[in-house]
Design a protein around this ligand. Structure first.
Ligand code: TXA
Ligand code: MG
Length: 333
């Protein structure tokens, strides 16, 4: 059942209600200076799975975690001198930094798509900052539109695109920038622009006093092989649609199980969802993949998962994990 939709302009009461919903694991759309975001508690696997479900996204891409200030972000990401310079120059604002994720970060593996890095941003919109302070937790937020539609810059756009999938929109008027944030990757010695946006390459280069390399990506899907290798892939081989163990061919396998699949004969079984619930499986996906990826097994078997709802995104992710792997190429530039 779709929840009744509440659209509320700025008030103490609206912020309190939105913060309570987010802390309870519900979705709330909120304004930022770039576009409206579809927010969820970034530390809650199930809430983050809800984002993918509401957007009907056919794949799991890492999401940006939003914070009220740099120090809050530094509880989850490791800032080097370059990151501190960029944060001082452009935050709050339309800049997202991809940084190494701290080992003690509580941000969900689904938020970061299993990667060892995390994308962090401090938005400038006053309503967003007040909300982030009130929630006191990182908020994962992609643009608040159904997958494949244009990014929303008013509450009415959000309502038209997601109105029957979410319970609440905070209405902060039209977004000033209207274009998503610039995404800068600082996880290597090079400074790489993953997504152009509100802040330009020249602005970033000037603050850092070095070159900024452009990555060949579009908004959501990394295209260049160099980018693909940065996506989490388990060390063990992965096979899909496993309906039975076959020790002769596959050796000792650990099974990621779903619904009423066959579990007998596998070396170990980890459940994505016992009840065959696609959302629960999505919430568990990256955590279980990491857990399964141990050298004492020869491979990871994945039970069949129906290609419907979040099953599409789960299968997309598993197909990537199971694709024959070329030796990781060195970054080309
Ligand atoms: O302006 C914006 O950035 C909006 C507002 C709501 O803040 N948010 C937004 O989020 O556009 P999203 O999730 O649609 O964009 C995330 C971008 C994607 O291009 C994704 O691939 C990249 O950031 N990204 C996130 N985490 C990453 C990571 N760990 N490594 C590489 N890229 C990452
Ligand atoms: Mg988007």
């Amino acid at each position: 059942m779709s929840p009744a939709l509440t659209i509320r302009p700025y008030s103490e009461g609206a912020l309190t209600q939105a913060a309570a919903k987010l802390r309870a694991g519900e979705l709330v759309a909120f304004p930022t200076e770039t576009v409206y975001g579809l927010g969820a508690d970034a530390t809650n696997d199930d809430a983050v799975a809800g984002i993918f479900s509401a957007k009907q996204r056919p794949s799991f891409n890492p999401l940006i975690s939003h914070f009220p200030d740099r120090d809050a972000a530094a509880q989850h990401a490791i800032f080097d001198a370059r990151a501190d310079k960029l944060a001082a120059a452009f935050w709050p604002g339309a800049l997202t930094l991809v940084l190494p994720k701290r080992d003690d970060s509580t941000v969900s593996k689904l938020t970061t798509a299993g990667l060892p890095s995390i994308a962090v941003r401090v938005p400038a919109h006053e309503m967003a900052r007040a909300l982030l302070r009130a929630v006191g937790r990182p908020i994962a937020a992609p643009s608040a539109n159904r997958s494949g539609r244009i990014s929303p810059t008013t509450a009415a756009h959000v309502a038209a695109s997601l109105g029957n999938a979410i319970g609440m929109i905070l209405d902060g008027g039209p977004c000033g920038v209207g274009l998503e944030s610039t995404v800068i990757d600082l996880t290597t010695d090079q400074v790489v622009m993953l997504r152009p946006g509100g802040i330009t390459r020249d602005q970033v280069a000037e603050v850092l006093g070095c070159d900024v390399v452009m990555a060949e990506t579009d908004d959501n899907a990394p295209k260049s092989p160099g980018m693909l290798t940065s996506h989490y892939a388990p060390g063990l081989p992965v096979r899909l649609n496993a309906t039975a163990p076959d020790q002769k061919k596959y050796g000792h396998e650990i099974l990621l199980a779903f619904g009423d699949c066959v579990t007998k004969g596998f070396d170990k079984v980890l459940w994505l969802s016992k009840t065959g619930d696609d959302r629960e499986a999505a919430a568990n996906l990256f955590a279980k993949l990491h857990e399964a990826d141990q050298p004492r097994f020869d491979g990871i078997a994945i039970a069949p998962i129906p290609d419907a709802g979040l099953g599409l995104a789960i299968n997309d992710r598993m197909k990537r994990a199971s694709a024959p792997r070329a030796p990781h190429p060195a970054p080309s530039n």
